[in-house]
Design a protein around this ligand. Sequence first.
Ligand code: IPM
Ligand code: MN
Length: 331
Amino acid sequence: MAHKVGIIGGDGIGPEVIAEGLKVIAAAGVALDTVDYDLGGARYLKDGVVLTDDILDEWRNLDALYLGAVGTPEVPPGVIERGLLLKMRFDLDLYINRRPFVFAGDEQRDAHEFIVIRENTEGTYAGEGGFLRKNTPAEVATQGSVNTRLGVERCIRYAFELAQSRPRKHLTMVHKTNVLTFSGDLWERTFNEVAADFSDVETAYNHVDAACIYFVQDPGRYDVIVTDNLFGDILTDLGGAVSGGIGFASSANLNPHGVSMFEPVHGSAPDIAGQNLANPTAAVLSGAMMLDHLGETDAGDRIRAACADTDSLVGSTTEVGDMLVERVANG
Ligand code: IPM
Ligand code: MN
């Protein structure tokens, strides 16, 4: 039976890269029963709709969601990000943001992959805070970080399970426990307690600033990383940049007990939209993660194999898509 997938092409380069992703999935022999959703900045400018509860209810009955990118410069910051993308993450409880980074081998280092598990529903993203005396000289703005034992533990537990399933069985927690002594303490205690259930997983801890250095200078030290929402946001752009470019960075927003959403790490890139210039590989690889989630791991593996030689994936959006279709079909 075809998998029922909601498609949100979104804004900017989003629809262009998703079209290539769908092409490659079809070439891998997986049938999707797709439903299109016109959402994002452009839709908001048309009729004010960002995301409705009816749409969310429809999504709960799908097998997966596949999203390109959302956001347009004409809409003030936050409207689409909070109203659509983060609302999806929160309301569908997509509490795991899983972002793999593949490093091609060269003379200096062996080929390597590490995976960042980013907590996806809490931290500074939860929206806690507000203004006092707005637009006066004495204005105050606060933006708190929400960390629940439940939210932190389920994320850390997922990361341990993932690390345990991999050959190296190594998990690094990244935080800033030396300064964020409340949230960091909760994360650290939870990490240490959960670690007791995974005695075969080797653990490490890095402060986030140090992790930035290691991402650039020694990424080979990492296998699985678990971190909070904002640190994970920043680190995964850096991960993309040091592992061949953000054009290859894929992600899964997972609710292990419900519908999950798959999207490239990159944004809508309005500056290059509509010009057939965006690299679709990140969207294609996000599609492969979606196939894994749908139980089509063989097709997912074939797509990842087709994307492995990143140096060869140059050309226009459709040219790279065609190249991948060809490799997947003949590979
Ligand atoms: C990401 C994006 C989002 C985030 C934005 C668009 C809200 O940067 O998925 O990494 O900050 O999570
Ligand atoms: Mn980001």
